[in-house]
Design a protein around this ligand. Structure first.
Ligand SMILES: NC(=O)c1ccc[n+]([C@@H]2O[C@H](COP(=O)([O-])OP(=O)(O)OC[C@H]3O[C@@H](n4cnc5c(N)ncnc54)[C@H](O)[C@@H]3O)[C@@H](O)[C@H]2O)c1
Length: 333
């Protein structure tokens, strides 16, 4: 698969292009960045033609797919351009600024028979795959109560697109919370139906929120909460993921992020009768550690295989659209 990259200087350079170069079935053929100096630097670094205009690249370079790693406000127009030139689309999360844009993107890709995927790579983490396997095998019984916490340190940066509503679409929830929602929905194979949210900008002076907490109920009745923050130091920021069910729990620490880190513990503890004493003499949890996969490589391979199969699969793109519906509900409150 021949790839062009739009927005080559950020996560594309840090994670996606290096992963793409490791994939035996992928070739990078050109890069584009709005900043001409970045475009040049990336073109020279990866030894490919470079552009500062996406249409010039797409109209002159033959490729099968486009990876879009630009700020969120750019996604929709760049996807429309990729579809115009009949390139399959791998866009970074979140898919778009809001659910309306997200639905239009999905419909456009479906109509044009263009494969669309969104960069929610955390479901490829081997410990999250393990969590899914445990849940499907009944290892925690019926999930009832779930939580996710994902935080980082993101101080005021003049001009940063993530710190303005008009360019980022939102703050900590739009950036970090969407990963938590997407992952929990994947693990539960369920969708958030109703959500209540609180958020604030407390530590920094930017326009969007630097912290948010939501509580929710899924269509299947699972209750949960997600909290995200831009104002917790990275060294103090160990992510948490917890899923409790009628027969046990799964707890993951440090697994939310760009690398396959962290550990997962699982306790199977089914209970028969009511125990008024609530004695907690249960078996030891089992601990799992990651395989050390590259999450970005995994998602590139899956996307390439989807495209090669010729069968379009919009399941995860639909989920990404639904995540934006949850985000819209949150920002209305
Ligand atoms: N999945 C992940 O792990 C992950 C991690 C970080 C960011 N992201 C997502 O990736 C996207 C980009 O985030 P980032 O952190 O790389 O941002 P960034 O600002 O660090 O990098 C964006 C790059 O796009 C370029 N750019 C800006 N406007 C452009 C335009 N109109 N056309 C072409 N290039 C343009 C910039 O010059 C820059 O090189 C966002 O959607 C973000 O949410 C995903």
């Amino acid at each position: 698969m021949k790839w062009c990259v739009i927005g080559a200087g950020g996560i594309a350079d840090r994670r996606t292009i290096p992963a793409l170069l490791q994939d035996e079935g992928s070739t990078l053929v050109a890069v584009m960045d709005r900043n001409p100096a970045t475009a040049k630097a990336m073109g020279e670094k990866y030894g490919v033609p470079y552009f500062a205009d996406e249409e010039e690249m797409l109209s002159t370079v033959a490729c099968d797919a486009v990876y879009i790693g630009t700020p969120v406000f750019c996604h929709k127009a760049q996807i429309e351009l990729a579809v115009k030139y009949r390139r399959h689309v791998f866009v970074e999360k979140p898919i778009a600024m809001n659910a309306t844009e997200a639905k239009e993107i999905l419909e456009l890709c479906k109509k044009a028979d263009i494969q669309l995927t969104v960069g929610y790579m955390m479901k490829h983490h081997s410990l999250h795959e393990k969590a899914k396997e445990i849940i499907l095998a009944g290892g925690i019984g019926t999930p009832n109560s779930v939580r996710a916490q994902f935080t980082c340190w993101y101080p005021d940066v003049p001009g940063a697109w993530r710190q303005k509503k008009a360019t980022g679409g939102g703050g900590a929830f739009m950036d970090l919370g969407v990963h938590c929602v997407e992952l929990l929905e994947y693990l539960l194979d369920d969708e958030i139906d109703e959500v209540k949210a609180l958020y604030s900008t407390r530590t920094f002076s930017y326009e969007v929120e630097d912290g948010a907490v939501i509580i929710f109920r899924t269509k299947g009745g699972v209750l949960g909460h997600v909290d995200v923050a831009f104002n917790i130091p990275d060294a103090a920021s160990e992510s948490k993921l917890e899923l409790y069910g009628t027969a046990g729990y799964i707890e993951a620490r440090g697994t939310l992020g760009q690398e396959e880190c962290g550990k997962l513990t699982h306790l199977y503890a089914p209970q028969g009768a009511y125990d008024a004493a609530q004695s907690r003499t249960v078996s030891e949890p089992v601990t799992y550690t990651p395989e050390g996969k590259n999450l970005y490589l995994d998602q590139i391979r899956r996307f390439r295989e989807e495209v090669a199969s010729g069968k379009r699969d919009y399941f995860y793109a639909e989920r990404a659209v639904q995540v934006q519906e949850v985000v819209d509900q949150i920002y209305k409150q």
